[in-house]
Design a protein around this ligand. Structure first.
Ligand code: CO8
Length: 257
């Protein structure tokens, strides 16, 4: 499929998606949403891909939902279309997705980054939920996911004042997993994705599934779920190979990559 608002490429076993509306600071319009969902689902279904990276430009990962597109929408249209429900499709992808964020990640941009499995930030990154300044509130997970990442006090601060958080604060608060120099952002994120793609894919997918389960269930159920997945991995040759390679002091050669 030919895309207009994103660029897709593969780097070895990594699928890289670059948001490509840089003149509008990668504002997330409906076309971009539709293209991003198709691209990410295609990579998810591609046996040659083990992990993905979503990135933007140096100035903006994404400065939010496209305000000009949203401006005229009526309540009836928003409600009847269940506006933005399509973004949830990104969270159903089973292979890991890393957000590589430089510059602004605001509103829907911050929410898109949080839908990914983890966020690697450039030292230039700025996160925020400024919807309150537009007379609305976060609409694709900001109030829910941000609160789970950084806790109530900081999430309230971000959602109620609309202020931005820099990369250092985002790392301190647990919103991002690591901060790297801006010039190395994509390279570092692709390197992390390539490392993941080299492991046994069923283990990788189960690790993602069980971490995500921790957000949806009680501790007792989550621990039971994790244990059952752990047991099931002993049915795979990759467990035998991984443990044999450790004992033999060599690199494992996983069959299911
Ligand atoms: N929507 C549409 N266009 C945008 C957006 C946006 N969110 N952000 C920037 N642009 C456009 C500007 O209009 C401008 O276009 P033009 O050149 O045609 O005038 C161009 O991008 C460059 O922007 P600026 O000139 O404003 O650049 P500055 O460097 O001066 O400022 C800022 C950068 C501070 C990031 C500023 O652009 C800004 O405040 N942008 C809006 C940020 C915002 O409020 N985001 C939240 C949007 S609401 C939202 O995301 C709701 C989420 C709910 C569901 C989400 C579903 C996706």
């Amino acid at each position: 499929m030919a895309y207009e608002t994103i660029i897709t490429e593969t780097r070895g076993k990594v699928g890289l998606v670059t948001l490509n509306r840089s003149k509008a600071l990668n504002a997330l319009n409906l076309q971009l949403l539709a293209e991003l969902v198709v691209a990410v689902k295609d990579f998810d279904a591609d046996a040659g891909i083990g992990a993905m990276v979503i990135t933007g430009s140096d100035k903006a990962f994404a400065a939010g939902a496209d305000i000009k597109e949203m401006q005229a929408i009526s309540f009836a249209d928003a409600y009847l279309q269940d506006l933005f429900v399509g973004w949830e499709d990104l969270t159903r992808v089973r292979k890991p997705v890393i957000a590589a964020v430089a510059g602004y990640a605001l509103g829907g941009g911050c929410e898109l980054a949080m839908m990914c499995d983890f966020i690697i930030a450039a030292d230039t990154a700025k996160f925020g939920q400024p919807e309150i300044t537009l007379g609305v509130i976060p609409g694709m997970g900001g109030s829910q996911r941000l609160t789970r990442f950084v806790g109530k006090s900081k999430a309230m601060d971000m959602c109620l004042t609309g202020r931005m958080m820099d990369a250092a604060e985002a790392e301190r608060s647990g919103l991002v997993s690591r901060v790297v120099p801006a010039a190395e952002l994509v390279e570092e994120a692709v390197k992390a994705a390539a490392k993941i793609a080299d492991f046994s894919l069923p283990s990788v997918m189960m690790a993602k599934e069980t971490v995500n389960r921790s957000f949806e269930t009680t501790l007792a159920e989550g621990l039971r779920f994790e244990r059952r997945l752990f047991h099931s991995l002993f049915a795979l040759e990759d467990q035998k190979e991984g443990m044999a390679a450790f004992a033999e002091k060599r690199k494992p050669n996983f069959a299911n990559r």
